[in-house]
Design a binder for this molecule. Structure first.
Ligand code: PEP
Ligand code: MG
Length: 761
């Protein structure tokens, strides 16, 4: 049974969709356990019942017809107890409920296990036996293992709307909600343009046929080119390869023949498929076939077929990007949108973006925030191809996207979008006013930036300077490390654009989720590995080059501060400070830079050890800057980019608040200034707490700046301190949010806190 288990799990995880996965489970479990019946009931949200979704053994007619209330029958009992129920004589159990349509009365023994995902019961997996049978512990363990695997599949189907479609019996136009991460705030309504990764065999299903003749021509041309390519390759390698290996090339050419893959593809094109989707389907089917073979030689051929598939597909897609038509209000959707997509669409047509991959701090999100484009990233299970041309809503405030939205839902979001626009216009009048509380406490509001593209928006929003320049961003845009002079020019442009406002430049912070394509780092635990200052101290040539470029760039502008990321101990900090001092000393000895000023130096507080060492750090630098994004992830042990644990990631967690409070006090005790440059500084309610703690500057994405300013200008520091006092006593995160929400009563101000925007999901 154990080897069966592994192979069932494998088959389930490879199933094309949930329906297939359910069928696989019921039929294979029935065989493996030698039971009379195996059935799966799933939670039907709309009807608040458990619907029989698949069964081997019960009457076929009962599937998708029979359902049970939440506390009905043995199925209801399993769900409410959230544990397996194993009964030898089921029909004598008080909870037993007879359902004639299933023919159930014939079955005597019952074993049911709940299907649970993230504490929610999604359904029940049941086996039944006609003759009396005592299921044993290994039977239970077998089903529990399967149900855990199935839970993941169901949750995935739920997140992409397939579950709703299945339980409601079809309806391709049901509203579908996609949950991801808020990459950039704002609401966008528009039509989808899919940006497919080039030659992705999985992303062609929605490419429509333009007529048999055109599709055939496209296919024939691509095949011809692939053949030529293979022949040329064979010729150029001929002196290096054996006759045996040569045969492989012949085999590839033959594969493309009308007797082989070509025939199947052409048949599909005749049936109405596009050349791209027909080709991809055929290739993937053949890959699957080869991958399933026992012989490793044949299994490896799957890789060759996939390569061939990609090559032919890339020929078919070559002219596509020139042909994309962007409607007004385009929503760009892709598996892994990269910032270069912004180069192919006219900015005035771009309304929003959604990417299956990516994180709140990925390059795309940073750029989207800078440009004010509502964006959702990290949408698990998003199948971009299925959304081509559809009207969708992007809720970048909360990280949701909706397809096939109901008319009421559409108007709800249209209203929100209108409110957003009104609010932005209203807020513009605050641009040149200081961020000062009603009782005269002044806060500096700065922006986080990484690109020159942010500069204009930042200054338009009244930024008083840059609180965090993520210097890795210009490093991402190259094929190699930029030279000192290239860096100097880039930094100079930024320092000039903001001058005389101050600019905090952080030294290179790569590692973790920020890998440079030309400096790959492979680690099992990248967030706990070689990151930030650890890398640059190990590579003083990189560090020195960068800080020299920064200091040279600031020559006679003198608005530079330098910030060290990911510092976890005093020796690291001392080493970094010494290196900057050395670079400064050397520069002053160079012609033309003799009067260069020593910039202010700061340490980021973004790991727990730095919190506890904050006073020691404060003795060695001019300011502290809290990176609450990483600090939250390390204090709570929650990966900041992992959608599975996104509900646990919260900078308003009492433990994070205590740390933030501690750091502010440490800086004060040492008489230096402290600021926050993580996302919490741009969250209007979070910002209020930080002001109360005594942080002097808050650095955030430009799009949040005026909201935060408006809220600060309507608050009294004395009230904020009372709020902080109350929050510091609270033990759980929900209560913190409640206290913060209760603090802002005025409906106009509540709009600024985004509280009004959350819709109940
Ligand atoms: C942080 O960790 O809060 C921070 C500002 O740095 P980054 O988001 O670039 O890691
Ligand atoms: Mg960080």
């Amino acid at each position: 049974m154990l080897s069966d288990l592994r192979s069932i799990i494998q088959q389930v995880s490879e199933s094309a969709d949930l329906e297939v996965a359910l069928e696989v489970i019921v039929s294979r479990v029935k065989r493996s356990m030698s039971v009379s019946v195996c059935s799966i009931y799933l939670h039907d949200e709309e009807r608040s019942r458990f619907l029989l979704m698949a069964s081997k053994g019960l009457s076929r007619k009962a599937v998708r017809k029979v359902s049970l209330g939440f506390d009905e029958g043995l199925v209801g009992l399993v769900a409410s107890r959230e544990e397996p129920i194993n009964i030898e004589v089921a029909d004598q159990h008080p909870a037993f409920r007879y359902i004639p349509e299933t023919g159930e009365e014939k079955y005597s023994s019952f074993l049911g296990v709940p299907i649970i995902h993230h504490k929610r019961v999604l359904g029940v997996l049941v086996v039944q036996q006609r003759v009396k049978r005592k299921f044993d512990e290994s039977d239970e363990a077998f089903l529990i293992t399967l149900s855990a695997q199935l839970a993941g599949e169901i949750a995935h189907a739920e997140s992409v709307g397939d579950l709703k479609r299945l339980t409601s019996g079809g309806g391709a136009d049901q509203e579908i909600e996609f949950h991801g991460l808020p990459g950039s705030p704002g609401i966008a309504l528009g039509s989808v343009v899919v940006i497919s990764p080039v030659a992705d065999l999985y992303a062609t299903s929605a490419v429509e046929s333009r007529g048999e003749k055109t599709e055939m021509e496209e296919f024939n041309e691509a095949v011809l080119r692939a053949r030529l390519h293979i022949k040329n390759l064979e010729r150029s390698l001929s002196s290096h390869i054996s006759d045996q290996e040569r045969l492989l090339f012949t085999a590839y050419v033959q594969m493309l023949d009308d007797q082989n893959l070509g025939r199947e593809v052409k048949q599909r094109i005749k049936e109405g498929a596009s050349a791209q989707s027909a080709w991809s389907e055929v290739i993937l089917a053949h890959c699957k076939h080869f991958e399933a073979m026992e012989d490793p030689y044949f299994r490896e051929r799957a890789v060759d077929i996939r390569d061939l598939g990609r090559r032919v597909l890339s020929y078919m897609q070559e002219h596509e990007s020139d042909e994309i038509e962007f409607p007004d209000q385009t929503i760009l959707i892709g598996e892994d949108l990269s910032p270069d997509v912004l180069g192919i669409i006219p900015t005035e047509k771009l309304a929003g973006m959604v990417s299956a991959q990516g994180s709140v701090n990925s390059h795309l999100s940073i750029l989207a925030r800078a440009m004010g484009i509502p964006t959702v990233v990290g949408v698990e299970g998003l199948k971009p191809g299925r959304l081509r041309g559809k009207e969708v809503i992007v809720d970048g405030h909360n990280g949701y996207m909706y397809a096939n939205a109901t008319p009421e839902h559409r108007s709800y979001f249209e209203e929100l979008r209108r409110e957003d626009a009104e609010l932005s216009t209203e807020l513009e009048q605050l641009r040149d006013l200081p961020a000062i509380t009603l009782d005269d406490h002044r806060i500096k509001l700065l922006v986080n930036t990484g690109l020159m593209a942010d500069v204009r928006t930042s200054i338009e929003r009244g930024a008083e300077g840059v609180g965090l320049f993520r210097s890795e961003v210009p490093f991402f845009m190259r094929q190699r490390f930029p030279t000192e002079e290239e860096q100097r020019q880039y930094y100079r442009e930024l320092l000039e654009a903001f001058s005389p406002r101050p600019v905090v430049m952080r030294t290179l912070d790569i590692g973790g989720d920020k890998a440079l394509p030309y400096f790959p780092i492979k680690e099992d635990n990248p967030f706990l590995g070689w990151r930030g200052i650890r890398i640059t101290l190990d590579h003083p040539e990189l560090f020195l080059g960068q800080v020299r470029a920064m200091m040279k760039a600031s020559y006679q502008l003198d608005n530079l501060s330098i910030l060290f990321p990911m510092v976890s101990g005093v020796p690291e900090l001392e080493m970094a400070v010494d290196l900057v001092k050395r670079a400064h000393r050397e520069l002053t000895e160079e012609d033309g830079f003799d009067e260069i000023l020593m910039p202010k130096l700061g340490a980021m507080i973004e790991v727990p050890s730095a919190v506890f060492l904050a006073r020691e750090f404060a003795k060695r630098v001019d300011y502290l800057s809290v990176g609450s994004n990483d600090l939250t992830q390390y204090i709570l042990a929650v990966d900041r980019n992992n959608p599975r644990v996104v509900d646990l990631y919260d900078a308003m967690h009492p433990a994070v608040i205590a740390a933030l409070h501690h750091v502010a006090r440490a800086a004060r005790a040492e008489g230096i200034s402290a600021g926050v440059c993580g996302e919490v500084a741009g969250d209007p309610l979070g910002a209020l707490l930080l002001v109360a703690m005594g942080y002097e500057s808050l650095s955030m994405s430009a799009s949040n700046l005026l909201r935060v300013k408006a809220l600060i200008r309507s608050s009294n520091l004395s009230d904020l301190r009372m709020l902080l006092k109350q929050v510091l006593k609270v033990a759980n995160v929900e209560e913190v949010h409640q206290s913060l929400a209760d603090f802002v009563q005025d409906p106009e101000l509540r709009k600024l806190t985004k509280l009004g925007k959350k819709r109940s999901h």
